[in-house]
Design a protein around this ligand. Structure first.
Ligand code: ATP
Length: 351
């Protein structure tokens, strides 16, 4: 592995192990306060773990035991670049000087550093802004300069902390596309809440909740067969977890989901997961009988516009219905409903 990180920080309830292979990008997904930024801070050296280690390309960057550092490489000597949500450019330096800063501080001469800066600015499509002052840039441009600056230092590891979070939605697709090109073949960790970042930028995904990794795997697998509630939400899927019993997944609350189970591996009494799309769910005011359907009781929590449809959220499930259906059923928060989904629309898998 290029990067291995195993660290605890009891003050934050943080206890995480991660690894990233050479040239791969890992996305850290998780709710606010889960510990994603803490993981990046420990890798970058802005935070010290209480126990654990970080090893990059065989070099130990930190090793700590019981709150004492046994090994410590300071942040600037780690060959790790951390890109924050805000660009944080030096205001008194030009765009080119900002990007040349890393090579300069590594000892490159002015001309050579400027040449690197111009190449990196070209990589992010901003060669024409090299003379500008940071204060004259838009948020999206500033963030691109920050990406160029991070890459100019030739880091062995690139850390991106929600790089799109502070940007307007209309500029995020372009930056995401730029990052897609730049991350190919680099070792990187990106934190995000956005399914598109995970899909387009990451080879693997790790879901962090309450300071622990609760799920990890190749991106497509985690998003199509999530096991954690958070991954299911990011993937836009309903998720029910329970035990495989009598041909269905029985949840601790007593709900049963029948579905189709491609492949095998389901064992009577063993953990199993059922997922289905909100668009496959119909909403009724009374229980539906007959036909191979699953029905679940729920109370409407919220209604949100979702393209041409309305997303109806109940305690733990979601359904996408037409605005006409929502109106005919008089759906409002607090309404008691039945949600119904055909077994053929439900994927069931072990775990
Ligand atoms: N400077 C700090 N001092 C003490 N505790 C902190 C500090 N920063 C964060 N924490 C706590 O550490 C835990 C993990 O926070 P962290 O910022 O790593 O989460 P995150 O997953 O990055 O969240 P977000 O998505 O909101 O950025 C939280 O409980 C948070 O309250």
């Amino acid at each position: 592995m290029t990067l291995t990180l195993a660290a605890t920080l009891p003050a934050r309830g943080f206890d995480v192990e991660l690894d990233v292979a050479e040239g791969r990008t890992l996305a850290l997904l998780g709710p606010n306060g889960a510990g994603k930024s803490t993981a990046l801070g420990i890798a970058a050296g802005t935070l010290r773990p209480h126990d654990g280690h970080v090893v990059l390309d065989g070099r130990t960057l930190v090793r700590a035991e019981g709150g004492r550092s046994r090994a410590w490489v300071p942040p600037h000597a780690r060959q790790v670049a951390l890109l924050a949500q805000e660009a944080l450019l030096f205001p008194h330096l030009s765009v080119r000087q900002n990007v040349a800063f890393g090579p300069r501080s590594q000892g490159a001469r002015r001309r050579a550093a400027d040449a690197v800066a111009d190449r990196r600015l070209a990589d992010v499509g901003l060669a024409h802004l090299a003379e500008r002052a940071p204060s004259t840039l838009s948020g999206g441009q500033a963030q691109r300069v920050a990406v160029a600056r991070a890459l100019a230092a030739e880091p062995r590891l690139l850390l991106l902390d929600e790089p799109m979070a502070a940007l307007d939605v209309d500029v995020t697709p372009a930056l995401r596309q730029t990052l897609q090109g730049l991350l190919a073949g680099r070792t990187a960790v990106i934190t995000t809440h956005d399914v598109l970042d995970a899909l387009l930028l990451a080879d693997e995904v790790a879901v962090i909740e309450d300071g622990r990794v609760v799920e990890r795997g190749p991106t497509a697998q985690v998003l199509s067969r999530p096991r954690s509630a958070f991954a299911a939400r990011v993937a836009g899927l309903n998720l029910l977890r329970g035990a495989w019993t009598g041909g269905g997944v029985r949840t601790p609350a007593g709900e049963v989901a029948h579905g189709h189970a491609p492949g095998d591996g389901l064992v009577e009494g063993a953990p199993a997961t059922a997922v289905f799309r909100p668009a496959a769910v119909a909403v009724y005011l009374g229980e539906q009988h007959g036909s191979p359907r699953n029905t679940f009781r729920g109370t409407v929590h919220s209604l949100e516009p979702r393209g041409d449809l309305v997303r109806v959220r109940t305690d733990h499930l979601a359904a996408d219905v037409t605005p006409q259906a929502a109106a005919e059923l008089s759906l409002v928060p607090g309404a008691r409903v039945w949600l119904s989904v055909k077994a053929a629309e439900v994927d069931v898998y072990p775990g």
